[in-house]
Design a protein around this ligand. Structure first.
Ligand SMILES: [Zn+2]
Length: 637
């Protein structure tokens, strides 16, 4: 799929040269490579071409996209034009190759001395994952081109909701999800995180609807269209749009919440501590560089907990628990303003640079704000999830931090391996070097690579130069390699112990033995975390035991989505049918992948495939295309 071009080879060999210049032997004590971070890493590990793009970005790079679009709810398409500004890195380059998927291309023009003139282009046959390469003849002078196009009603990156699928039931809704490679279903673009670009947009929407983008919301002009500008260069997967009957509520002068009316006040209340999170994040890792930080609470079909679209994180309504117990997801999306959005993985093979760093920063912020007790509980819960992800991995290479070069789809990079093994690698480094050294080191990483796209090997080099070189005894090459290039969880991992959870486990055992009844469990002060630990740790129960718990705590039908999920997983495992109607209701109203993928999987694995298929057939229309695809695959396996 990727063809090597001379410039790419030059880049790769230049990287190789830089590496050999700090080869073994440069250590003062001649101890060669035991302490050297990057010297003996095989050259192939530095090969970082993105297998999921057709873009020839080593030759010509798109630096700005200006969108001018009608948001057409009747036809479920974005219809209009994009003007792309580009720069030639290879002076002789005469073609620009873009990623497209399911786009209807109507015309292409180049800006030349004679004004806009039609350009020659070709659209290759579509690959089911990657879409179609669009190659445009750009001549040798032009630096701007315009593409007139429209999206497909079934664009993977866009979900068009009918009024009935929203809470207000009166107006339609549109939201996008470009990560990992769906930006190409929204516009023709170099859809790789290796390329950063600025963007601006002009959107026309039906009366009564408000459009928002991952950009500065520049307001409405006299003709009724809305303008947006993103002056900081971002990767394409952070281009985002939401349109609906959306209202705004400020939390402070620079932070606020957008949501449908029904959930606006509750959302602002739930996320009231976001300003403190920003203060803590800034104190630890340097300034917030994006202007405003707002959150938008999307309709329930949003398939993720959150998406870190810059200036405007997209959030699931399942976080609105009423007690701020699930706001670590806000800490997570906000943390992406440093890790991911500011310093970006240049390839999905390096996804841990986004997600592992962010999960680490999230936990540090939670510790600062809520104390070690809560932070450690979250570490333990995360660790349990990660161990399951490792055990479920289709092949060992998918449990490496540096992921293999033959992933079938970049979605394979978004497992708890990238998130939690990644975070634990940073815990390991923090423990070995100490916070007093590690915190300023990370701060410098975010500062030195701000607005750049980087690889795992860039990080290892930076680690070597800025921390390890002067503290060579802190860790060995073998330990480092085990984390980055080895499978599973290394035995050097931190082993978090939560006293709170130990207490829960002790009480749970006494209840299981029949020493105390469920109503005798002292759960009054349990947080959601303690509930999750309790529920996740339950062995197979008798029908009477399920009923005992349910009668005491009304777990069936609970409004806390995390607790509900944990309980329904147990109910499915034990065949506790009294919970099934509420479980069905949950699957009909919640579209967050974290919950529904495993619930459908559990139903299928526990002899309830028929029920799973029946509910899915009915619930499907309310799920995001990404979720539909994934659940269809699970149920047909
Ligand atoms: Zn994330």
């Amino acid at each position: 799929m990727m063809t090597f071009r001379p410039i790419a080879l030059t880049l790769i060999s230049a990287m190789g040269l830089a590496l050999t210049s700090c080869s073994p032997g440069s250590t003062p004590d001649g101890e060669a490579d035991t302490h050297m971070v990057q010297s003996v890493i095989p050259a192939e590990r530095f090969f970082t071409a993105d297998q999921f793009t057709y873009a020839n970005h080593q030759e010509v790079i798109v630096s700005h996209a200006d969108l001018d679009l009608d948001v057409n709810f009747n036809r479920k398409v974005l219809d209009g034009a994009v003007t792309l500004a580009f720069e030639r890195l290879a002076p002789e380059a005469q073609t620009l190759t873009l990623d497209t998927k399911d786009l209807l291309i109507k015309a292409v023009a180049l800006q030349t001395q004679d004004g806009w003139t039609p350009a020659d282009y070709t659209l290759a046959d579509a690959d089911p994952v990657l879409g179609s390469a669009m190659t445009i003849n750009i001549g040798s002078e032009a630096s701007q081109l315009r593409i007139i196009y429209e999206t497909s009603p079934s664009a993977e990156g866009l979900q068009w909701l009918s009024p009935a699928q929203t809470a207000g039931k009166e107006k339609p809704y549109l939201f996008s999800q470009a990560q990992a490679i769906h930006a190409r279903t929204m516009l023709p673009i170099q859809d790789t995180p290796a390329v950063r670009l600025t963007y601006s947009a002009n959107l026309r929407v039906p009366e009564g609807l408000l459009p928002l983008m991952s950009a500065s919301q520049d307001g409405q002009s006299e003709d009724g269209s809305y303008s947006f500008s993103m002056p900081q260069p971002i990767p394409s997967y952070l281009i985002a749009i939401a349109v609906g009957d959306i209202k705004f509520k400020a939390i402070n002068d620079t932070i606020g919440v957008y949501a449908e009316e029904y959930i606006l006040d509750a959302s602002a209340e739930e996320f009231a501590e976001t300003p403190q999170m920003e203060v803590v994040n800034t104190a630890l890792y340097g300034p917030y560089r994006w202007g405003r930080y707002d959150l938008i609470v999307l309709p329930p079909s949003f398939p993720y907990g959150g998406m870190e679209n810059p200036r405007l994180s997209f959030m699931t309504p399942t976080l609105i628990a009423g007690d701020k117990s699930l706001t670590n997801v806000v800490a997570h999306e906000l943390a992406h303003s440093w890790s991911g959005n500011l310093v970006t993985n240049s390839n999905w093979r390096d996804a841990w640079l986004n997600e592992g760093f962010t999960s680490y920063v999230e936990n540090r912020v939670m510790e600062e704000l809520y104390g070690e007790r809560r932070a450690v509980m979250e570490q333990v819960l995360d660790m349990e999830g990660m161990k399951r992800a490792i055990s479920e991995a289709k092949r060992p290479e998918l449990t490496h931090l540096k992921l293999p070069d033959d992933m079938a789809h970049p979605d394979e990079a978004f497992t708890l391996v990238s998130y939690i093994k990644g975070a634990n690698f940073l815990f390991f480094l923090e423990d070995r070097f100490g916070r007093e050294k590690f915190d300023p080191f990370l701060r410098n990483w975010f500062n030195d690579y701000a607005f750049e796209s980087v690889t795992t090997e860039d990080f290892l080099s930076f680690l070597h130069e800025n921390l390890h070189k002067d503290n060579p005894d802190a860790l060995t090459r073998a330990e480092l390699d085990a984390w980055v290039y080895g499978p599973g969880l290394p035995d050097t991992a931190r082993k978090p112990v939560s006293d709170a959870f130990d207490e829960v486990a002790g009480l749970s055992a006494r209840w299981e033995n029949g020493e105390i009844s469920a109503s005798g469990l002292p759960t009054k002060n349990w947080s959601t975390h303690e509930w999750l630990h309790f529920l996740n740790g339950l062995p197979e129960l008798t029908r009477a035991q399920y009923k005992d718990l349910d009668d005491a705590f009304s777990l069936t039908g609970t409004q806390n989505a995390e607790t509900a999920f944990a309980w329904y997983m147990q109910a499915i495992k034990g065949g506790y049918e009294a919970a099934y109607p509420a479980l069905e209701e949950f699957l009909m109203t919640v579209g967050r992948g974290k919950f529904i993928y495993r619930l459908y999987g559990a139903l299928k694995d526990n002899g309830q495939a028929e029920m799973a298929n029946r509910i899915f057939a009915e619930a499907k229309a309310g799920y995001h295309p990404i979720a539909q695809r994934r659940i269809s695959a699970t149920l047909s396996e």
